[in-house]
Design a protein around this ligand. Structure first.
Ligand code: ZN
Length: 477
C-alpha cells in the first residue's frame, strides 16, 4: 500500500477523518482527558466551567457523544447557584454538582419564583414547553394552584427525555404539592409538614418604647404588635407607656427538624403599666373562636373601639358649653371631632344594627348604630356611606360604615362622633367602655382547666429567668 501523499494544506479535521474509527474514539477520549485535567487544575478560573459545555458540543464531531453529558456535570466545579435564574442555554445542567459526584439519571432543577415570572416562563427556563403545562393542567385538577405562584416560592422540575417527570411546588416552609407523571397522566399529592410547637418566653422593661424593649428581649416584631393589640384595650401604647413598664410573654414557637421556623400565637402575657398589672390568656371557646381573656374569664376586648378612625387628631373635644365654630354661639358640643382627610374610612366602634342612615340637619350625612343594652353611637358629616348602609343593616365592630366629609354644618372635613348611654350623651374619650362578653358561667370550669397551666407556666418561666439573671447567667429557652 502506497503511503499517502504529503499535502501542506492538510487540516486537523481532515486528518481526523483520515483515521480509522477505533483510532478516532481513542483520540476523542484522549482529548477529553486532556480537557478534564485542564479544567480541574484551574477550578478558580470562572471561564472554565462555561468553556466545557461549548467545547464538548464541538467535540461531538469525534462521535464520542455518549460520554459527554456526565462529563459536563462533573466538570461544573463552580458552585453554580442552586436557584438557577440564569437561562438554561448557558448552563445545560442547572443544578450544581460536586466534581466527585457523578449523578445518576436526570437532576432536579429548582427555581425560586421572582416577581414578573409566569408559569410558562418558569417551564421554559426548565427547558419545557407549553405541552407539559397543558398535560399537567389537563390531568391534575390541583394544577390550578400553580396559577397562584408568588415570589419566593419554589418550583422544582425533574425533566427526563425533554419531558416533565415530576414537579414540586413549594408553597412555604411547611406546605408543598408534588405532581408526578404516571402511566395515566399526572398525579398530585399534597405534603404538609407539622411543626413541633414549643413554648418561647420573653420579658423586658420599657426604657423608650415597647418596640425597642421587645426588640431587646428577642421578641419578634409580629409578637410585639400582638402584645400591644392584646393589652391595647386597657393601655394606650402611644400615650400611657412609662419608663419602667414591664412585660412577660409566653408564645408558641414552630420548630422543624430542630430549627425554629416561625412563631405562633401568644399564649399568656402580663403587662405592668404605671404599677398596675394586667394579665391575659388565650382560649379557644367551644365554637372554635380564639380570644384573649383575663385569668378570671372576662374578655380582654371591649365592646367598643375607643375611636372610629385610626390615628386621627381630635380637633374638637366633647364640651357641653362650647362656642360653635360656624354658628358662633354657645352651643353644646355633644361629641368628639376627628380631623381627617376627606374620604378617610370610618369604622363602627361596636357590634349593632343601623337605626338611621341619611341626612340629618346640621349632622349632614349621618349614621346612628344601636348596640343594644342602651348603647348608641352617632357618626356625622360623612362624605358618603359604605355600601348597603340602611336602617336595619347588621354591623360588626370595625366595619367601615362610611367616609369622612363635611356635609351639614361643618367648617372642614371631619367626623363628628357621639356616644349615647341610655339616651344621654357621654364624652366618647372618657366614658368607661364595657368589656365584651366573657366566659359563660357554664364554661368557666373548662376555661380554668385549659388556661391555668398556661398562667402557671408564664410565672414559672419568669421566676426561672429572674433566678438565672441573679446568678449572672444568660437566658436560654
Ligand atoms: Zn362635632
Amino acid at each position: 500500500m502506497a503511503p499517502p501523499k504529503s499535502r501542506t494544506n492538510i487540516t486537523a479535521i481532515s486528518l481526523i477523518n483520515a483515521f480509522p474509527r477505533g483510532h478516532m474514539i481513542a483520540l476523542a477520549l484522549l482529548l477529553l482527558c486532556l480537557l478534564f485535567s485542564l479544567v480541574v487544575s484551574h477550578p478558580q478560573d470562572p471561564e472554565s466551567t462555561i468553556a466545557v459545555p461549548i467545547s464538548s458540543t464541538e467535540s461531538s464531531n469525534f462521535d464520542a457523544r455518549p460520554l459527554l453529558p456526565s462529563l459536563d456535570v462533573s466538570l461544573n466545579t463552580e458552585p453554580l447557584s442552586q436557584t438557577t435564574d440564569t437561562p438554561p442555554s448557558a448552563l445545560p445542567l442547572a443544578t450544581s454538582t460536586q466534581a466527585e459526584v457523578l449523578p445518576q439519571g436526570p437532576q432536579p432543577k429548582e427555581f425560586t419564583v421572582q416577581s414578573g415570572d409566569s408559569l410558562s416562563l418558569l417551564f421554559r427556563r426548565a427547558g419545557l414547553g407549553d405541552k407539559d403545562i397543558y398535560e399537567l393542567f389537563n390531568d391534575a385538577a390541583e394544577a390550578k394552584n400553580l396559577r397562584k405562584i408568588k415570589p419566593g416560592q419554589k418550583l422544582t422540575f425533574l425533566v427526563d427525555d425533554n419531558q416533565l417527570k415530576e414537579l414540586v411546588y413549594t408553597i412555604n416552609t411547611l406546605d408543598s404539592m408534588t405532581f408526578t407523571r404516571a402511566s395515566k397522566g399526572f398525579i398530585a399529592k399534597d405534603t404538609s409538614l407539622q411543626p413541633d410547637i414549643q413554648h418561647g418566653f420573653s420579658q423586658g422593661v420599657i426604657d423608650s418604647s415597647l418596640y425597642m424593649a421587645g426588640k431587646r428581649s428577642g421578641l419578634s416584631t409580629g409578637l410585639t404588635m400582638e402584645l400591644a393589640n392584646i393589652f391595647g384595650w386597657d393601655i394606650d401604647f402611644a400615650l400611657d407607656i412609662q419608663k419602667g413598664d414591664a412585660f412577660k410573654v409566653m408564645y408558641e414557637e414552630q420548630h422543624l427538624d430542630g430549627k425554629r421556623i416561625g412563631y405562633g400565637k401568644i399564649l399568656a402575657a402580663e403587662f405592668t403599666n404605671s404599677g398596675k398589672t394586667f394579665r391575659a390568656v388565650r382560649y379557644v371557646d367551644k365554637d372554635g373562636v380564639a380570644r384573649y381573656y383575663t385569668p378570671d374569664g372576662r374578655g380582654m376586648q371591649k365592646a367598643f373601639l375607643r375611636t372610629p378612625i385610626e390615628f386621627a387628631r381630635i380637633s374638637s373635644h366633647f364640651n357641653l358649653a362650647r362656642k360653635h365654630p360656624v354658628l358662633h354661639i354657645i352651643r353644646a358640643h355633644k361629641g368628639t371631632d376627628y380631623a381627617a382627610a376627606r374620604g378617610t374610612p370610618i369604622r363602627a366602634t361596636g357590634d349593632g344594627k343601623v337605626s338611621f342612615a341619611g341626612r340629618k340637619g346640621g349632622y349632614g350625612n349621618c349614621i346612628i348604630i344601636n348596640h343594644g343594652s342602651g348603647y348608641e353611637t352617632l357618626y356625622g358629616h360623612m362624605n358618603n356611606f359604605a355600601k348597603g348602609m340602611r336602617a336595619g343593616t347588621r354591623i360588626s365592630q370595625g366595619d367601615i360604615i362610611g367616609y369622612v366629609g363635611s356635609t351639614g354644618l361643618a367648617s372642614g372635613p371631619h367626623l363628628h362622633y357621639e356616644f349615647h348611654v341610655n339616651g344621654q350623651v357621654r364624652n366618647p374619650v372618657t366614658v368607661p367602655l364595657p368589656k365584651s362578653m366573657g366566659i359563660d358561667k357554664s364554661q368557666l370550669a373548662v376555661f380554668n382547666e385549659s388556661t391555668r397551666p398556661l398562667i402557671a407556666k408564664l410565672n414559672e418561666f419568669s421566676d426561672n429567668t429572674q433566678v438565672a439573671m441573679a446568678k449572672g447567667t444568660t437566658r436560654n429557652n
